[in-house]
Design a protein around this ligand. Structure first.
Ligand SMILES: N[C@@H](CSCc1ccccc1)C(=O)NCC(=O)O
Ligand SMILES: [Mg+2]
Ligand SMILES: [Zn+2]
Ligand SMILES: [Zn+2]
Length: 511
């Protein structure tokens, strides 16, 4: 709640902003400062400032420690704002970094230190909302990359009018390459959030392809956009069976980034499901929350964004992103329940539920991927409601035929805080999708909703050759975010797991 002293000081500062005095000599008066303190375990002891906090405190004759003493404890991941403590920075936000001893928590599968920094920095950025601040200077004593991630993820909003209320000029107190890296991780996740959140009429398959092409303009990458005739020549009939219900033409994107120093001939291939709107088709979805299916291209968005980050960070990797894009709509040209199509690999598929469309696009894209001599193939897809039932928003579900690949992804996710959880690829589930009554395989499992994420993975597994190292990420569980579960992302389409994919590629180059 705003008390009277707060109101007076805020008014005073706002008045000052528009004086000639401000616009000439004392530019600092428009700047906010974000400082960190470690939470003290003992109740009667004050929180302890970071080394940067202490440095400024000495410079400013203990004014910071003095206000902190009266402010009481600052909880981990929360912020307290102080006005006019020093004239250099009229607004200072002090954030709780949690315990200095925070470390990797095996049970939680997360590096708590890094996540505390993200939470704290995000809370600090948000504490400057509506203050008209031009620039925020951030204390980066602890984990500069995580600080940048928290800051830039928190400063983002799909709506420009909301974004403008938050500081957009954010700078580290000292130059640090780790901060710059964290900024790329966050900005690429924000790009994925933009693609996912965009209304489906403004992010059709062709508009998605154009937007991504534009984002890669300055990167040393090859971006290919294939149209319907190419998809037909590729015999991608499973993919086309979904696309044919819509007036919007499908697209197939291929984005290649090969670091000049990467000698790997065999690329890592990322495949992203790009259904720009999933109405369910003839097996139409209930209208409640159907709008959220504008984000059914979350796999495509995160794959494109992760490859973009790899290029921006010059990661020592050879990666190809494959992105089948289409709409799933009901019409007189739609595929009907019980229809049979032949996929690119020659397998016949009985389509008993047209809402289980993602796996049809992926079947053909995965088959194409394996023609490119990959070192590993990873698909990313908002694939099933079943994974939401299984994991909630805590993690993306991962199915893999390779333990090393899985462990590398798990390690990456611990660092980024964007978690993953391994799920089974038992024959138990394969037997529920094949054989189908009229074809080699059915696009839905005989168990119905029971184990639906697992039968979907079993379906994809059918299209994976025995010597291909493969991982399938079902990201329907992490498609959306909310303020309570992840304050640094807030509410809306999450852009998860972009940072985990980038970190995975970073580690992949080291192995
Ligand atoms: N598009 C997929 C996943 S729908 C999952 C979802 C549901 C509600 C809110 C967010 C995400 C699909 O249609 N899958 C078919 C299925 O799960 O049966
Ligand atoms: Mg969208
Ligand atoms: Zn669907
Ligand atoms: Zn879908």
């Amino acid at each position: 709640m705003m008390n009277s002293r707060y109101a007076v000081l805020r008014r005073k500062w706002k008045t000052l902003r528009f004086t000639d005095y401000m616009s000439t000599s004392a530019v600092h008066h428009k700047d906010g400062l974000l400082l960190g303190v470690y939470t003290q375990e003992k109740n009667d002891e004050c929180d302890i400032g970071t080394s940067f906090f202490k440095e400024l405190d000495t410079q400013w004759k203990n004014k910071l420690s003095s206000v902190l003493k009266h402010a009481g404890k600052i909880k981990c991941g929360s912020a307290k704002v102080f006005y006019d403590v020093v004239h250099e920075y009229p607004i200072i936000s002090v954030v709780g970094l949690g315990s200095k001893a925070a470390a990797i928590n095996g049970l939680e599968c997360i590096d708590e230190k890094s996540d505390n920094i993200r939470l704290a920095t995000a809370a600090g950025i948000k504490s400057f909302v509506d203050m008209g601040i031009d620039k925020v200077v951030v204390d980066i004593t602890e984990r500069p990359n995580a600080a940048a991630e928290g800051a830039y993820l928190a400063a983002w909003n799909y709506k420009e009018s909301e974004r403008k209320k938050l500081p957009q000029d954010i700078e580290p107190a000292q130059k640090d390459p780790a901060w710059d890296e964290g900024k790329v991780y966050a900005e690429c996740q924000n790009f994925a959030r933009h693609l996912m959140e965009s209304p489906s009429n403004l992010m059709t398959p062709s508009l998605f392809a154009d937007t991504v092409l534009h984002a890669f303009e300055k990167e040393n990458c090859t971006v290919e956009i294939f149209e319907q005739d190419w998809i037909e020549k590729q015999n991608m009939q499973a993919f086309l069976s979904v696309a044919k219900g819509s007036a919007e033409e499908p697209r197939f994107m291929k984005i290649t980034y090969k670091s000049p120093s990467a000698n790997a001939l065999n690329p890592l291939i990322l495949v992203g499901k790009g259904v720009t709107f999933d109405s369910g088709g003839i097996s139409i979805k209930p209208s409640q929350a159907m709008d959220e299916m504008r984000a059914d291209m979350g796999g495509a968005a995160t794959v494109a964004s992760a490859v973009l980050a790899a290029a921006k960070l010059n990661l020592n990797v050879h990666v190809i992103g494959l992105i089948p894009l289409c709409e799933n709509m009901p019409s007189s040209t739609s595929c009907k329940p019980g229809d049979v199509v032949v996929a690119r690999n020659g397998s016949s598929i009985q389509i008993d539920n047209t809402d289980a469309e993602g796996r049809l696009l992926l079947a053909d894209a995965l088959n194409y991927a394996q023609d490119l001599n990959p070192s590993a193939v990873i698909d990313v897809a908002t694939l099933t409601g079943g994974i939401i039932v299984a994991l909630g928003g805590a993690a993306s579900g991962v199915f893999s035929n390779d333990d090393v690949l899985w462990k590398q992804l798990q390690k990456a996710a611990m660092c980024t805080g964007d978690r993953v959880w391994r799920m089974p690829l038992f024959k138990f589930y394969s037997k529920q999708v094949k054989p189908a009554q009229l074809a080699d395989i059915n696009n839905v499992g005989s168990g119905g909703r029971a184990g639906a994420a697992c039968t979907a993975a079993a379906f994809l597994h059918h299209f994976i050759k025995s010597d291909t190292k493969w991982m399938h990420l079902d990201i329907a569980s992490t498609m959306k975010s909310n303020e309570k579960d992840c304050p640094y992302l807030g509410k809306g389409m999450s852009g998860r797991p972009t940072r985990t994919l980038v970190k995975f590629m970073y580690n992949y180059t080291q192995s």
